[in-house]
Design a binder for this molecule. Sequence first.
Ligand code: AMP
Length: 128
Amino acid sequence: MASIFSKIIAGEIPSYKVAEDENYYAFLDINPLAEGHTLVVPKKEVDYIFDLDDKTLSGMMVFAKKVAEKIKEMTGCKKVAVVVLGLEVAHAHIHLIPINSESDVDFHREKLQLTPEQFAEIARKLSE
Ligand code: AMP
């Protein structure tokens, strides 16, 4: 069965798209730790990130770099953290999270409650 992220990539489930090319897709995390919290996924469906072939893995980081530059520009954050968990969704992905301090990447923190309009506006700014 296709993963929820494959369904998002196929357009079967809606997402707030930030960037896309032939191999990768970036969209806003629906439970963001901060405005601009984005997920980068390979279109190829593989569960564990280190099971990706080298070309897909390295290309994913180069793709993520461009998205991270946008996040930094939009939020004015100190840095963009790169986090890989993958315990909830079995489709390799990188979390890109704008941070100003270490505590900004605490996944136990309460997530932001954003309206659809706010998500759409953030995605619009990041995809400009
Ligand atoms: P993990 O697999 O532990 O890295 O967590 C999966 C992440 O995907 C979580 O931060 C979820 O909020 C996020 N997520 C799950 N479903 C969706 C969705 N339909 N759209 C956007 N983000 C999602």
